[in-house]
Design a protein around this ligand. Structure first.
Ligand code: 4AD
Ligand code: MG
Length: 436
C-alpha cells in the first residue's frame, strides 16, 4: 500500500492514461458477471470502474474481487484506459486487489432508508454520492465567498467564538462558565466586525455561530456558519446593493462550476440561475404587509416579524430572491439605526430566497450616534458595561456603516434544492441532536 501524499487519486486520473497505477479506496458497489467483476472504487475524490477479467488475473485475485463487500477498504492496481461511456471518461483494467478490511455488513445499502436512520449513521452516510455532491457544492460556495471579498478589498478578521455579549437577544444564548463568570458561544460576529470596519474600512468574518433555538424547524440549526461583512461609509441602500452583488455572484459561480453535483441532486438549475441576475426585487415591510392582505387575505399584525409561511408567500412572486426592508424597530435588534423618515422603522433588511427557503440574509445600517445608541440600550435594558468597547466606536471616528450576515446552511439548502438544512453540514447540531 502506497502511503505517500503523491499517490494517484481518481480526480486526477487523466494524468495516468495508459499507465499502470494503484488506487487506494473503498468498494462502492460490486457487480459480478462470473467471468467479469466490476468494482466501483471510490477514494473520496471520485469513483472509477475497475474491471477484473477471470482470464487475465489469478483465481485468488478474482475471488478476492468477487467477495469484497460494500465499503471494504482496498487497493486496486491496474491500467488506466479511456472509456467514453463512463461519466469519468476512464476505467481501470485491474490486475490486482489488496483487501485491507473485508466488510460484509455495511449498514447503509442501496435500499431506501428513513432519514432518522441515516442521521443516526451520519458518520457513514457522508460516504454516499448525494452527500458528496452537497459537500462539494458547499466547498465551492465557501471558496466563492472568500474570492468575492478578496476582490472587493475586504480584510478577513476572525471574530471570537467565546464572548461576553449577546448580539441577537438573550433568548437563544448557549451559556458557559468562563472562570466563574458567565460567557456565551457567539450568536454573531457583527459587533466585532463593526470594530474591524473602523480599522480596515471593509472587513468580514466567517465562522460558526450558535443559537439555542427552542423550535424544531427545517431552517434552524444550533450551530451554523455565517459570513458577515461590515463596511464603513455605507448606508442601507448600499448594503442591499452589496448583498445582491454578492449573492448573484455566488449563484453564478456555483451554477458554473458545480453542474455535475447539481445534476446529481436533480436541482432545477434553470430556476436557480435567475438569482444570478440583479437587481433583486425590493419590498418595504409596509408593502409586504399590504401584499399579504390583498393577495393572500392574511392579516399580519403590524410590528411583528414574518413567519416561515409569510416569507414563502412574499418570496414566491419572483424566481430571484426578494429584499424586505425597513422592518418595525420593535421586532429588530438594538443596534439598528432608525429610519430618519419614520422613527418606528429600522434601517434593516432581510433577503428571502425563493422556492420556500426563507431568510438567507439579515442585515442593517447600524446606529452610529453615541447618545442615541445608549438611549436605545437603556430602553431595552441592555447593560452598558459589557458593551463599553462597542460604544467607544461611536466616540472615535464614528461614521455611517452597514453590513449583513448570510447563513451558509440555508443558502446551501436553497442552492441544492433540499428541504431541510440538516443535510447541508457534515454533523448538524439540532434540538436533541448532538450525536454523532
Ligand atoms: O438575521 P440574523 O440573526 O442576523 C445576524 O445575526 C446579524 N448580526 C448579521 C449581521 O448583520 N452581521 O442571522 C443572519 C442569517 C440568517 O438570515 C440566516 O441565514 C442565518 O443567519 N441563521 C440561521 N441559520 C441556521 N440556523 C439558525 N438557527 C439561524 N439563525 C440565523
Ligand atoms: Mg434575521
Amino acid at each position: 500500500m502506497d502511503l505517500s501524499i503523491h499517490q494517484p487519486v481518481i480526480a486526477r486520473i487523466q494524468q495516468f492514461e495508459g499507465k499502470q497505477i494503484t488506487l487506494n479506496g473503498w468498494v462502492y458497489h460490486t457487480r459480478d458477471l462470473r467471468k467479469l467483476v466490476f468494482i466501483q472504487l471510490r477514494d473520496g475524490t471520485g469513483t472509477i470502474q475497475c474491471i477484473f477479467n477471470k482470464e487475465e488475473v489469478s483465481e485468488e485475485i478474482f475471488a478476492a474481487a468477487q467477495s469484497a463487500g460494500q465499503e471494504s477498504s482496498v487497493s486496486i492496481t491496474g491500467k488506466v484506459v479511456a472509456d467514453p461511456r463512463s461519466p469519468l471518461g476512464f476505467e481501470l483494467q485491474a490486475s490486482n486487489i489488496e483487501v485491507h478490511q473485508a466488510v460484509s455488513d455495511y449498514p447503509i445499502g442501496p435500499k431506501e432508508h428513513g432519514t432518522g436512520f441515516l442521521m443516526e449513521h451520519r458518520h457513514l452516510w457522508l460516504r454516499s454520492k448525494r452527500q458528496h455532491a452537497i459537500a462539494r457544492i458547499r466547498n465551492e460556495l465557501i471558496k466563492a465567498i472568500r474570492d468575492y471579498f478578496e476582490w472587493q478589498a475586504f480584510t478577513l478578521v476572525d471574530a471570537p467564538i467565546l464572548t461576553g455579549v449577546a448580539c441577537e437577544g438573550t433568548t437563544t444564548l448557549f451559556e458557559l462558565d468562563y472562570h466563574g463568570e458567565p460567557a456565551f458561544l457567539t450568536q454573531s460576529g457583527q459587533l466585532y466586525m463593526e470594530a474591524a470596519a473602523k480599522a480596515f474600512g471593509r472587513a468580514y468574518c466567517f465562522g460558526p455561530t450558535f443559537r439555542a433555538e427552542k423550535s424544531k424547524t427545517r431552517r434552524h440549526l444550533h450551530e451554523f456558519w455565517m459570513v458577515e461583512p461590515e463596511v464603513s461609509y455605507l448606508d442601507l441602500a448600499g448594503d442591499m446593493e452589496l448583498t445582491e452583488d454578492f449573492v448573484s455572484y455566488l449563484i453564478g459561480r456555483v451554477c458554473g462550476e458545480r453542474t455535475e453535483e447539481l445534476a446529481i441532486l436533480e436541482r432545477d438549475v434553470g430556476r436557480l440561475k435567475a438569482a444570478a441576475r440583479t437587481p433583486y426585487p425590493r419590498l418595504s415591510y409596509d408593502e409586504a404587509v399590504e401584499i399579504l392582505k390583498k393577495e393572500h387575505n392574511i392579516d399580519h399584525e403590524w410590528g411583528k416579524d414574518f413567519g416561515a409561511e409569510e416569507e414563502t408567500l412574499l418570496a414566491s412572486r419572483h424566481d430571484q430572491p426578494t429584499f424586505i426592508h425597513r422592518f418595525p424597530a420593535a421586532c429588530k435588534a438594538f443596534y439598528m439605526k432608525r429610519d430618519p423618515d419614520n422613527d418606528k422603522l429600522s434601517l434593516s433588511m432581510d433577503l428571502l430566497a425563493p422556492e420556500g427557503y426563507g431568510e438567507i440574509v439579515g442585515g442593517a445600517q447600524r446606529e452610529d450616534d453615541y447618545e442615541t445608541l445608549v438611549g436605545r440600550m437603556r430602553e431595552e435594558g441592555i447593560p452598558e458595561q459589557p458593551l463599553s468597547w462597542y460604544l467607544d466606536l461611536r466616540k472615535y471616528g464614528s461614521v455611517p456603516h452597514a453590513g449583513f450576515g448570510l447563513g451558509i446552511e440555508r443558502t446551501l439548502a436553497w442552492i441544492c434544492g433540499i428541504k431541510h438544512v440538516r443535510e447541508t453540514i457534515a454533523f448538524p447540531r439540532m434540538l436533541e441532536k448532538i450525536w454523532p
